[in-house]
Design a binder for this molecule. Structure first.
Ligand code: PEP
Ligand code: MG
Length: 538
């Protein structure tokens, strides 16, 4: 048995086989081969496997997000079966004696270039699809795995998982993950908590462990390779305790979030994709306090259309019924990156071109999202919220854009509803002027992850600084108190949606401060309810 200790990203125990996940290639070099028929059959086997994967992904997406969104995987399958595409690869292997990997890579590049050069916007978008299918075939040829094609019920081991890879992990297929890199306040860790996946980082990963039996202990932050019988029994006992606790918490469904001294507080859920709405409903969340809308963009290879966004928001609103759904507009940038946004590399990305700064300078992008949100608002109880705000001018500019969007929707006779407006309080500037900002909007939601980062000048992504990253720092707690006071004085509701909202050692403090709502990962809602019900401030 080997034991490797790291640090906790999310609690929970996973017992199963390891699936080693490597990031896919950058560029493939040409090599001369001697036996083209063997090389071509390698390609054919990889292509068959890729088609199987796409068929599975199509089925999964159809159930999770509906037929419209699932179609992309069907398009990928068709492209992969395209005769011109296959014969270009065959030609490179059989007449030019080139290796299968390079033949696929080069054909992919050529096809993507010619699609990108077409007039038609729809055809231009297919360039990204070609790159995606090439990536899939190459990772199979190379014996590597795609984030979406990891073996069923396995523990993933990877040097690093990006937020866009993590969002693609299917909770029903993944037991847990361990990485070498990643801090507890990174979005990868946040996604693990949202999806309730046991996760540990700081583990020196070895490829040799692929396929071996392991236990991932997300309570102590450790990975056991080929565990002994006694460890296995001990961890199975812990798993049973976990199940018993869930049953105890499930008994609190339908009960009020009220303290022994009669103080009420709302407990909402933070979600990142459509599959997490079901978790929020199952855990009896009072609403969605933060829909991190950027993950609907990150899970894709091209900008989602207004219709795609509208359908996604409408689905969430309808599933939540009368309950409030707060959609935060695109907060892309810093660690949340994807290639099609073409964002330049920056020296200080957390202080850079991100969040509302992108939306206010790329207004077409912003308007498309706002149109989708306002239209979906017609079908449920949606509010809209804006990230990274530092001034009242920004809020006023946002309102002007919203007015333009609503005017356009009216002219087009598209149904929409006027929505409540909120902002994230996650910069020290917004704390300091929260009295003025409160006059501009209906609600505040305090983002303690970024507020801690910016107040303490500590990069939340850097695992080396974790011992200094203190969300309990008095400067952070006093900021929260100031914001609640300023918000209430000016008729503004105040919630917390950063990870600190789930810290039960502070639940009593937040109630005392008068916080109106806490928004946490769906799986933590009932635990906070239990805590609230045990508090007596008399
Ligand atoms: C926060 O900063 O606390 C927050 C909720 O937003 P995100 O974690 O997505 O940056
Ligand atoms: Mg933030």
């Amino acid at each position: 048995m080997i034991i490797i200790r790291g640090k906790v990203l999310n609690e929970g125990i996973a017992i199963g086989r390891i699936s080693y996940f490597e990031h896919t290639f950058q560029e493939i070099k040409p090599n001369k081969i001697t036996d083209p028929s063997i090389e071509f059959s390698k390609f054919e086997i990889a292509k068959t496997k890729a088609i199987e994967e796409l068929t599975e992904l199509y089925e999964k997406a159809r159930i999770d997000v509906g037929e419209d969104h699932a179609m992309i995987f069907d398009i990928h399958r068709m492209l992969m079966e395209d005769e011109d595409f296959i014969s270009a690869i065959e030609d490179k292997i059989k007449t030019q004696y080139l290796n299968a990997g390079y033949a696929v890579f080069k054909t992919g590049e050529d096809f993507a270039d010619s699609f990108a050069a077409m007039e038609d916007e729809y055809m231009q978008e297919r360039a990204i699809d070609i790159k995606d299918i090439v990536k899939r075939i190459l990772s199979i040829l190379d014996g590597k795995k795609n984030a979406g094609s990891i073996e069923d019920m396995s523990i993933i081991l990877s040097q690093e998982l990006t937020p866009s890879e993590t969002i693609q992990l299917d909770r029903k297929k993944i037991l847990g993950f361990a990485t070498k890199y990643g801090s507890a306040s990174s979005h990868t860790a946040i996604l693990a908590r949202a999806k309730n996946i046991p996760a540990v980082s700081g583990i020196d990963i070895s490829k040799e462990w692929d396929g071996k039996t392991a236990i991932l202990d997300g309570y102590e932050g450790a990975l056991y390779i080929e565990p002994s019988d006694s460890i296995l029994k001990e961890k199975q006992k812990r798993q049973k305790q976990e199940r018993d606790k869930r049953e105890r918490l499930f008994a609190l469904k339908g009960k009020e979030n009220i303290s022994k001294c009669g103080k009420k507080i709302e407990i909402f859920a933070n979600i990142n994709d459509l599959s997490e709405v079901d978790e929020a409903v199952e855990n009896d969340a009072g609403g969605i306090g933060l829909l991190r809308s950027e993950f609907l963009y990150l899970a894709k290879e091209a900008l989602p259309t207004e219709e795609e966004l509208f359908n996604a928001y409408k689905t969430v609103a309808e599933k939540m019924g009368e309950k409030k759904v707060i959609i935060r507009t695109l907060d892309i940038g810093a660690d949340k990156l994807t290639s099609y946004f073409d964002l330049e590399k920056e020296e200080n990305p957390a202080l850079g071109y991100r969040g509302i700064r992108i939306c206010l300078t790329r207004t077409e992008l912003f308007k498309t999202q706002l149109r989708a949100i306002y239209r979906a608002g017609y079908y449920g109880n949606i509010s809209v919220m804006f990230p990274m705000i530092i001034s009242c001018q920004e809020v006023r500019r946002i309102k002007e854009i919203i007015n333009e969007v609503m005017k356009q929707l009216s002219e087009q006779n598209l149904p929409y509803r006027k929505l409540e407006l909120g902002i994230m309080i996650e910069t020290p500037a917004s704390v300091i002027i929260s009295d003025e900002l409160a006059k501009e909007v209906n609600f505040f939601s305090i983002g303690t992850n970024d507020l801690t980062q910016y107040t303490l000048a500590i990069d939340r992504q850097n695992p080396r600084l974790e011992e200094f990253y203190h969300p309990h720092h008095p400067a952070v707690l006093r900021s929260i108190e100031t914001v609640v006071k300023n918000g209430h004085k000016n008729g503004c509701q105040v919630g917390i949606c950063g990870e600190l909202a789930a810290d039960t050692s502070l639940t009593g403090t937040f109630i005392k401060m008068g916080v109106d709502e806490l928004s946490v990962s769906p799986a933590l809602v009932l635990g906070i309810r239990e805590k609230v019900r045990s508090i007596d401030l008399r």
